[in-house]
Design a protein around this ligand. Sequence first.
Ligand SMILES: Nc1ncnc2c1ncn2[C@@H]1O[C@H](COP(=O)(O)OP(=O)(O)O)[C@@H](O)[C@H]1O
Ligand SMILES: [Mg+2]
Length: 405
Amino acid sequence: MATVTIRLSRPHPKQAEILASPARFRVLACGRRFGKTVYGLHRLVRPALDGRPVAWFAPSYKYLGEVWRDFGRALKPVIARTNRTEGRIELITGGSIEFWSLEDEDAGRSRKYAHVVVDEAAKCRNLEAAWNGAIRPTLTDYRGGADFLSTPKGRDFFWRAWTWGQDPLETEWASWQLPTVCNPFIDPAEVEAARRQMPERLFRQEFLAEFLDDAGGVFRRVAESIDRGRSGNRCLMEPRRTYSMGIDLARIEDFTVVTVIDNTGRQLYFDRFNQISWERQLASIRQAASWYRPVIYCDSTGVGDPIFERLVNAGLDAYPYQLTNASKQQLIDHLAMELEHGKLRLMDVPEQEAELLAFQYELTKTRKVRMAAPEGMHDDCVIALALAAWGAGGAGVRVDSIGVF
Ligand SMILES: Nc1ncnc2c1ncn2[C@@H]1O[C@H](COP(=O)(O)OP(=O)(O)O)[C@@H](O)[C@H]1O
Ligand SMILES: [Mg+2]
């Protein structure tokens, strides 16, 4: 009988320890590059070679390309057929591996699996509903098992599942929390370099795999900074106050937001609009500017540039702010500091509050820190407020070049 050899990397010690666990459901909270995906591959290859159906779930299609190739490469000698469109690899043993994006509402529906892996579990929106409604039922027939793999992201469903793994009474569940440095193939010096380059909380989450209360949130003390019930844009000019206006201009899908704060840090004006003509937007900006006579900081990136020109031509005291990755970071850091030190009193505007709370640090693929709204959310309230706070901070030292990069 011909023998076929499958070559897989040898699991590193921590991966081997978890692979040996008899728990039916396993939750691995691990730092970035711990080796979660490699572990998941090991986990599914065995039952598939034994002739059973297994599945890989990820938050979206973009996570599936690489792992599809990894499986294809590892199992090449035993593949009977592959179907990329259906996301299915069939083996000559009768086993199969199916790949699902959890963006797809029908993911896994009416399938039967002997084992599943949910990769980047904390990035899946509605993980709880997907688990209960779609994934868990696929395991009934074979009494299959599941592995949840992820870097933590706050106290979400992934975290709850992780706590079941720590509970001796939940006998089917086991969980681990392991830092990136457990992976002997990652140079510890690289991890140290990352530590120096990023906010400490983000490092603890991404490399030490800690579940943080405020996840990757950038702004703290948001709730304490809001005057509950204070809304409305009444012009309350007071003696010896100066005013600063921040304007974030709409791009294709988002909003134009105009915010005014005074030099004591009190937010006095908030306006948000989309899909109205630039003429009407300019008119309402000019109106607010006529009340407060503010220094104006306006996002002048791209479409903002001609609008900025119009503000200057209208005789307003306007300054451009080019939003690049670096200048945005500086702007946001400044706002974060003002909030943290209790220097701002904000109006009670639900969409502004929601954006501030959701705004988060992100690590890019090249491991640069980026600050942004989560997918599907806007950040225009945040940018407008940050520009207003920037202007208020700079009032009195109105150097033309502030904020121009
Ligand atoms: N057992 C192993 N043997 C060799 N290399 C490994 C092993 N486990 C992980 N690696 C390598 O470490 C890096 C991170 O692994 P990966 O599984 O992508 O991590 P994660 O999914 O946790 O971010 C990859 O380059 C991978 O090839
Ligand atoms: Mg991975």
